[in-house]
Design a protein around this ligand. Structure first.
Ligand SMILES: Nc1nc2c(ncn2[C@@H]2O[C@H](COP(=O)(O)OP(=O)(O)O)[C@@H](O)[C@H]2O)c(=O)[nH]1
Ligand SMILES: [Mg+2]
Length: 230
């Protein structure tokens, strides 16, 4: 056999999914990014956290699909750039926008800024990647007293989704329990189109915390897809 031919790559390029992770600073965005790129990362290891400068790009291959995760710095100057002069670069070919909102008191104190950038990001997405999925993660839920949880979640969702025409899938997470991992797994599954995650009916009133009652079905579906790509 021709040696030159042997060296040619036999595989077709992997399908890619660009995931844009956005949030104001210290909203727990990098904590979520880590779940995409390194499942083994200990959730409570604070040494991993440092302010994200500009953006960090990570890749990971899952089920033959390359996930390209952009962890976008949350300082105003960066957010203005991403939604301004870098908008075409940032928002083109996006499969999913994952926007994190810090549900703790600190986050609620900045919610109008979060809403401003969320709306701006949705506008840019509409221009450059109109078919992208949108996920909203309410982070740091462990810092919300249980007695206020429902009220806080409902208030944040109502505020953030005010006049948002697009379907938005919502998760509530804490890095100190399994919810952050579950949310990321669901987003990955949605991007692999294994099955739709639990979708909130976003009328500003009804929402669901993440549950995955479909383990068996999901595993069977994943196996079917894996087998068909053999
Ligand atoms: N209590 C609590 N703290 C969190 C959670 N997620 C992140 N943090 C903390 O919040 C700070 C900022 O998190 P980070 O992921 O770096 O936020 P980023 O600036 O949005 O990337 C860090 O000190 C984290 O330990 C969470 O779910 N619960
Ligand atoms: Mg960060």
């Amino acid at each position: 056999m021709d040696a030159k031919k042997q060296k040619e790559p036999s595989e077709s390029p992997k399908p890619q999914r660009k995931i844009l992770l956005m949030a104001l600073s210290a909203s727990g965005r990098t904590g979520i990014a880590k779940k995409f790129i390194d499942e083994t990362w200990p959730q409570d290891d604070k040494a991993y956290y440092k302010p994200t400068i500009d953006y960090e790009r990570h890749t990971r291959v899952i089920c033959g699909t390359e996930f390209v995760v952009f962890d976008c710095g949350g300082q105003t100057a960066f957010m203005d750039q991403f939604t301004g002069k870098l908008a075409e670069f940032m928002f083109s070919k996006v499969a999913s926008l994952v926007f994190c909102v810090n549900a703790s008191a600190n986050g609620i104190g900045q919610i109008s800024r979060a809403k401003y950038y969320f709306d701006l990001a949705l506008h840019r997405l509409e221009t450059y990647s109109p078919s992208a999925m949108v996920f909203l993660i309410l982070t740091k839920m462990d810092l919300v007293p249980e007695s206020l949880e429902e009220e806080v979640v409902e208030a944040i969702i109502t505020y953030i989704l005010h006049q948002v025409p697009k379907k938005v899938i919502i998760f509530h997470t804490s890095i100190f329990d399994y919810t952050a991992t579950q949310a990321v797994e669901s987003i990955i599954r949605a991007n692999l189109q294994v099955f739709d995650p639990v979708i909130s009916q976003l009328n500003g009133k009804r929402f669901k915390t993440l549950e995955d009652p479909f383990h068996t079905q999901a595993i069977q579906e994943a196996l079917r897809i894996l087998k068909s790509t053999d």
